[in-house]
Design a protein around this ligand. Structure first.
Ligand code: SF4
Length: 249
C-alpha cells in the first residue's frame, strides 16, 4: 500500500542514525568530564599572607617576602593531584570520627596565631591521651609509610608544623599520625616540644619578616629556575622574571 506522503508526492526526510557510544568511549568521556571539572580549580590569583603558615612546605625566604607583599601565584595541579588532596581530607574526617567516638578528641581544626613572628595556621586537633596532646594527621604513600616506620621520625615539614603548633597551643607533646594510603595501616609518631628548635626557626622567620618590613627582597637561594625547589614554587614565573635580584638578608 502506498503511503499518504507518497500519494502527496512527498517523501519523509532520512533521519541520520548515530550509533550510541560504546562502553569504552563512555568511560573515557566520564574521566575527561571529571578531569575537566577538577581542572577548573587551577587559577592565577593574587596570593597574600599576613604571617607564616606552618603548613606551607616552601621555606624559601624570598618566597615568604613575596607572599607577605602579595604575589601573582599560579595553581596548576593535575586532576589526579586534586583527587589525592581530597582523599587526604577524607582521611582526616575518618580519623576524627574514630577519636571522637572513643571520647578522646578534645578539639579539631584549631586556629593557631602568633604575634612575633606573625604566624597563622590551623592545627589538626588535640586529644586527651595520657595528658593533652597535639595530633597532626597525614596520609602517605606506601613507600613513604615504610620509610617513616623504619626511622620512626616524621618528615621535616611535619616536624616543623607540629613544633609550631605545640608551641603556640602550649602543649608539651603530640603525635604525627600517618595513614598508609594503600592499606590504611596507621603509624602515630610521638614527639615532644623542642623549644631550641622553635627559637632557631622563629629567629629565621623574624629576619625574613624584618626584610619584608624594610622592603628588602632576599636573594634567590637556588641556582636556576629548574632547581627542584623552584619547580614546585607557585611564584616561580614571577620570581625568575623579577628584575630585582634581591640582597643577602
Ligand atoms: S622560584 Fe625559587 S627562588 Fe623564587 S621564590 Fe620560588 S623557591 Fe624561591
Amino acid at each position: 500500500m502506498r503511503s499518504l506522503d507518497k500519494l502527496r508526492g512527498k517523501s519523509k526526510p532520512e533521519v541520520e542514525k548515530i550509533a550510541p557510544p560504546d562502553g569504552d568511549s563512555l568511560s573515557e568521556s566520564l574521566v575527561e568530564a571529571i578531569d575537566c571539572h577538577l581542572g577548573r580549580r587551577n587559577s592565577v590569583e593574587l596570593k597574600r599572607v599576613d604571617g607564616f603558615h606552618p603548613s606551607y612546605t616552601n621555606q624559601c625566604a624570598r618566597y615568604w617576602v613575596y607572599l607577605l607583599r602579595g604575589v601573582e601565584s599560579k595553581t596548576d595541579f593535575a586532576p589526579q593531584t586534586y583527587r589525592i588532596f581530597d582523599n587526604g581530607h577524607a582521611v582526616h574526617d575518618r580519623i576524627y570520627s574514630y577519636l571522637s567516638d572513643m571520647g578522646i578528641l578534645l578539639k579539631e581544626e584549631i586556629p593557631v596565631e602568633n604575634d612575633d613572628p606573625p604566624i597563622s595556621g590551623t592545627a589538626d586537633g588535640v586529644i586527651e591521651f595520657y595528658g593533652e596532646k597535639l595530633i597532626e594527621l597525614k596520609s602517605i604513600s606506601d613507600a613513604g609509610f615504610a620509610y617513616r616506620k623504619t626511622y620512626n621520625k616524621p618528615k621535616d615539614d611535619h616536624i616543623r608544623q607540629a613544633q609550631i603548633y605545640m608551641h603556640c597551643l602550649n602543649l608539651n607533646s603530640g603525635f604525627v599520625i600517618y595513614e598508609n594510603k594503600n592499606n590504611q595501616e596507621i603509624l602515630p609518631i610521638y614527639m615532644e616540644r623542642n623549644d631550641e628548635y622553635i627559637d632557631k626557626l622563629f629567629k629565621k622567620y623574624r629576619k625574613i619578616y624584618a626584610a619584608f618590613l624594610d622592603e628588602r627582597l632576599p636573594l634567590r637561594p637556588y641556582k636556576s629556575k629548574e632547581s627542584k625547589q623552584c619547580l614546585y614554587c607557585n611564584a616561580r614565573d614571577f620570581c625568575w622574571g623579577d628584575q630585582d635580584g634581591g640582597e643577602r638578608i
